[in-house]
Write a protein that binds this ligand. Structure first.
Ligand SMILES: [Zn+2]
Length: 217
């Protein structure tokens, strides 16, 4: 390839970049990621096949880390479909976080920040993932160095919870964990945190409330 040809390639690239930048700013671009919970057996021993999920577990166990937050501490939610059983599972999870006094989850019948639901996992019959949260955040907005969330959807996988014989209280703990992700929290390295990556018996702990306080200060 001669220099003259290279020169024209660079020019084309420059024009293309210019066109992209010149595009009027449409809707703020949002980025989506997912965070899952691994199921644990009754004895709290991880299954041989269980792996840590994509969540980040960093820092001290006394402060649950966060990567994101909502712009306001008042956040709307909606429990989508599901049975009265799962409606009450999610309702208990909402109460657990509202008790922290740091954020205020408010039910809405309209467009909600957070959607809560149960469904069957399609990750295969050997999957140990018992819950998952998908969230979107604005690529160009931060508060307290945290990405500002645009939307979140949290799920409890009922077929996996059934297979692992999770009780209603244990399913609620999974729901609390997923809702924690929907509030912007990441995984805590400590096993006493509800944000420990493999949740069964854990409930909202002091370190989880501290994490929320740090995010929504
Ligand atoms: Zn998780």
């Amino acid at each position: 390839m001669n220099n003259r040809f290279m020169g024209s390639l660079v020019a084309v690239a420059a024009v293309a970049t210019g066109l992209l930048l010149a595009t009027p700013h449409a809707d703020a671009k949002v980025v989506t990621d997912a965070d899952a919970t691994s199921a644990v057996t009754q004895t709290s021993v991880l299954q041989g096949t269980a792996k840590t999920d994509g969540g980040i577990a960093t820092g001290s166990a006394s402060l649950t880390p966060a990567a994101k937050r909502w712009q306001s501490a008042t956040i709307t939610y909606k429990i989508a479909g599901g049975s009265s059983y799962y409606h009450s599972v999610w309702q208990s999870a909402v109460k657990s976080w509202n008790r922290s006094g740091v954020i205020h989850l408010v039910a809405t019948s309209g467009k909600a920040d957070i959607t809560l639901a149960d469904k069957n996992s399609t990750l295969g019959k050997n999957s140990t993932t018992v819950g998952i949260t998908y969230s979107s955040y604005y690529h160009d907005k931060t508060m307290n160095d945290l990405k500002v969330m645009a939307n979140a959807k949290a799920y409890v996988f009922k077929n996996v919870a059934n297979r692992y014989h999770y009780s209603k209280a244990e399913r609620t703990n999974v729901a609390v964990h997923e809702l924690g992700h929907a509030l912007g929290l990441e995984h805590n390295v400590g096993k006493n945190s509800v944000m420990y990556y493999a949740t069964r018996n854990q409930m909202v702990s002091k370190s989880d409330v501290n994490g929320l306080k740090a995010s929504y200060r």
